[in-house]
Ligand binder design. Structure first.
Ligand SMILES: Nc1ncnc2c1ncn2[C@@H]1O[C@H](COP(=O)(O)OP(=O)(O)O)[C@@H](O)[C@H]1O
Ligand SMILES: [Mg+2]
Length: 423
């Protein structure tokens, strides 16, 4: 982990209960040349120390910790289990995402971290301190919502300054800190504007500045880019990542968009039905999805099932026919000859050829049912002789043949290291 600096704040109690901030979008504003955020700070008085370091913090203590957290709602005589028992450690300075479909419990989890909901069971710790029963405004976290509204009658500066004024922070310090934040979010030149004079992306930047100016040790963002169109969302993803690097605080990010989570996160918790199904780095989750749900939710994945005919050390071999086989590394799984095995293979790991490749890898016969040309790549849908439908992505490089057409008989092959057993 890198060294982290956070703007200084005397008596730094943050105001998690501050008015929610608004939807944002990314305008094209290039990421200013933010280097160490000690440098700029337009209005910063040189003497004031702009940074506070968490370096002295025990790195072993997670920034945010959930232990056995359950949340039940009671509605019309019914019990709704929104969060079914979550254990989670989020590290200091981490960009951590909660990813999952609508209704899986992401917002509820976030609201419990912020203190807006109390867990039915379990403990929440911030920097090692039990805050389970601590109100939101006494927690050192700030939350940014998808649909906040900036105060329409206040200009950008006043919107960002609001929380500081409420805490009676001295005027020169307000000027300095708001200026510094507007610099970071690239809104320094627009401090006089009203929200309605800003694009969605600019409003989002103001919302971020408004949360960050309180100097929280963690920022909680609940689908903050949800209202933006794709282009703006992608621009803001890059911006958010830059801002997080620059301020160096922990970001907890909620999204149902797997691409977004993969792009920005250090680690991701994939949630389903109130539980975490897989927690890992984007690469781990994408390449080795632990469950069928995760494999299906993250990107396109091919699910194959077969009966193990032979074990060869760590490898399980599914002999589909005389010249067709799937090989799966099974490591410490309890697999024996005759057991059913479910596995995934990512579409880009599969080669599609007209002749059977030689060698000891995985090979299946199939018939092309669909060809979709996508410019940089081509997607093939293939029905295998074993009955499964398999998707294959092929890059359209200068050397790629991509000759297969609908109805063609083809061979699918891949390195056994790309077969992942699941379940
Ligand atoms: N205040 C509430 N009262 C009753 N049920 C709720 C309440 N808040 C959330 N839920 C339910 O809890 C589940 C999880 O909701 P939520 O955390 O908002 O999911 P997500 O943010 O992943 O879409 C859903 O079934 C939702 O309907
Ligand atoms: Mg939600």
């Amino acid at each position: 982990m890198t060294e982290r600096h956070v703007p200084a704040l005397a008596g730094s109690e943050t105001d998690a209960g501050a008015p929610p901030v608004g939807t944002a979008s990314g305008s094209t504003a290039s990421g200013s040349t933010a280097s160490g955020r000690t440098a700029s700070g337009s209005t910063a008085s040189a003497s004031a120390s702009l940074t506070r370091s968490w370096a002295g913090q025990n790195a072993a203590v997670p920034a945010i910790e959930l232990a056995g957290v359950v949340k039940e709602f009671h509605a019309r005589g019914e019990v709704i289990t929104a969060v079914a028992g979550i254990d989670l450690d989020i590290r200091e300075g981490e960009f951590f995402s909660l990813l999952g479909p609508s209704g899986c419990g992401k917002t509820t989890t976030m609201r419990m971290i912020a203190g807006f909901e109390e867990p039915t069971q379990g403990v929440i710790r911030l920097h090692g301190q039990d805050v389970t029963n601590v109100p939101p405004n006494k927690r050192d976290v700030n939350m940014v919502f998808q649909s906040y509204a900036l105060f329409p009658h206040m200009n950008v500066f006043e919107n960002v300054a609001f929380g500081l004024r409420r805490k009676a922070v001295a005027k020169p310090e307000i000027t300095r800190r708001v200026g510094e934040m507007l610099d970071i979010v690239d809104m320094a030149g627009r401090s006089e504007r009203r929200p309605r004079e800003l694009s969605g992306g600019q409003q989002q930047r103001v919302a971020l500045a408004r949360a960050l100016v309180n100097n929280p040790r963690a920022l909680l963002l609940d689908e903050p880019l949800g209202a933006l169109d794709l282009k703006l969302r992608q621009a803001m993803q890059v911006e958010l990542k830059r801002i997080q690097r620059e301020v160096g605080i922990t970001f907890v990010y909620v999204t149902h968009d797997q691409g977004e989570a993969l792009t920005m996160s250090d680690r991701i918790a994939v949630m389903n039905d109130g539980s975490i199904e897989h927690l890992g780095t984007p690469r781990e989750i994408y390449e080795h999805p632990r469950t069928r749900f995760v494999a299906g939710f993250i990107g396109t994945s091919n699910l194959l099932t077969g009966t193990v005919t032979r074990l060869d050390g760590d490898l399980a071999v599914i002999q589909v026919s005389q010249d067709e086989r799937i090989i799966v590394p099974v490591q410490d799984r309890a697999v024996s000859e005759g057991s059913r095995l479910e596995l995934t293979v990512r579409p880009e790991k599969i080669d599609l050829t007209t002749a059977r490749p030689s060698g000891e890898g995985c090979a299946l016969r199939g018939t092309v049912t669909e060809v979709v040309y996508l410019g940089t790549s081509t997607n093939f849908s293939v029905t295998t002789s074993a009955g499964a439908d398999v998707v294959v992505f092929q890059q359209n490089s200068a050397s790629a043949g991509n000759a297969a057409a609908r109805g063609d008989s083809v061979w699918l092959s891949w390195n056994p290291q790309h077969s992942y057993p699941i379940g």
